[in-house]
Design a protein around this ligand. Structure first.
Ligand code: PHE
Length: 329
């Protein structure tokens, strides 16, 4: 290279400068050494050879060399900072970085309980059906043998949408709708929301889930009811959970019962139930001489609270991810 004339050396260096703006990483570092390196840098060599030039030429070559040196320095600096910032921004999308794990959804604990209960009854031949949440007073009360002077039918407890139309206060109206529409044998479970004018506190909510059950056929007896509930409790709670049937009253069942399960040292109520009142069968066009049936209603919110030891029903409505996150499997 030292045999080249200074002019050839300049031209070669100038061609190399063009490469700087496309160079990357190792090549860029190489170019810096190749051009400006203290020992063998090409520009260093040109400057070093100045002393052997005639004085006239020395001045011209010296000026040109210094211009070129500044040009090279600024080209290297700007390319180096470009590469450095590109590398920094690339790191934001570093493909070797571990990914964020995906959000996992979960079934709401009340929904899980509703589904589980319906599946247990499905094994006993029950079909899952639904009915309207806005109901007539007739289906919500009258057909179920609840007279409109009964306290349950009162404005105090019931949300009215308009005269004669209420938000259903229980899922029992679907009993009447089903009996009117289908011939026995009938075996249904009816999950759904029900509405009551109630406080919203730790143990009450103005809207909550119920599951209605209804069986109508020839020769259905209270023993069939007890057997079905016993099967359900053993499947849902545990094989050793004790069940107790307590006499109670509902206008639409006779006899009526409340079902308790043994819970710790005490008993906890899980449903109201009974043999379908003959007046209800007749109101729905079913021959009460030929057919009998049983019905029950339970509260999945309450059962969910029992199952998980949840102290406040409001937790089941607020959709706070800190609470619901505990049910992600
Ligand atoms: N509908 C009753 C309630 O809401 C529960 C029930 C259903 C009782 C079916 C007996 C038979 O409390």
């Amino acid at each position: 290279m030292s045999e080249q004339s200074p002019n050839d050396q300049f031209l070669a260096v100038e061609r190399t400068i063009g490469e700087i703006q496309h160079a990357d990483g190792a090549r860029l570092a190489e170019l810096r050494v190749d051009l400006l390196g203290r020992k063998a840098g090409r520009l260093t060599q040109i400057l070093r050879s100045l002393s052997s030039l005639p004085s006239e030429e020395r001045r011209v070559v010296g000026l040109r060399a210094n211009d070129l040196k500044r040009e090279i320095e600024s080209a290297l600096a700007s390319r180096e900072s470009e590469v450095a910032s590109r590398k920094a921004s690339k790191q934001v999308a570093d493909l070797t970085m571990p990914g964020r794990s995906a959000w996992r959804g979960a079934i709401h604990p009340v929904t899980a309980v509703v589904d589980e209960i319906c599946e247990i009854f499905r094994d006993l031949g029950f079909t899952r059906v639904s009915g309207p949440e806005a109901e007539t007073q007739e289906y919500n009360f009258t057909k179920l043998n609840i007279s409109l002077d009964h306290p349950a039918a009162d404005m105090q407890d019931t949300m009215f949408l308009s005269p004669g139309i209420v938000m259903r206060t229980h899922t029992s109206p679907v009993q009447a709708r089903t009996m009117e529409q289908y011939e026995p044998p009938i075996r249904i479970v009816v999950p759904g929301l029900v509405y009551r004018r109630d406080a919203f506190d730790a143990s009450h909510a103005p809207v909550f889930e119920q599951i209605e059950g209804l069986v109508v056929d020839e020769g259905v007896s209270f023993v069939d009811f007890k057997a079905a509930i016993d099967f359900f409790v053993k499947r849902f709670f545990s094989k050793t959970t004790a069940v107790r049937f307590r006499p109670s009253f509902f206008p639409f069942t006779e006899p009526s019962a409340e079902v308790d399960v043994k819970w710790g040292d005490g008993w906890l109520e899980i449903m109201g139930a009974g043999m379908v009142h003959p007046a209800v069968l007749e109101n729905c066009g079913i021959d009460s001489e030929r057919y009998t049936g049983y019905a029950f209603g339970m509260g999945p919110h309450r059962i969910t609270m029992l199952r998980h030891g949840i102290p406040d029903i409001r937790l089941l409505f607020q959709n706070d991810m800190r609470f619901l996150g505990q049910f992600v499997e």
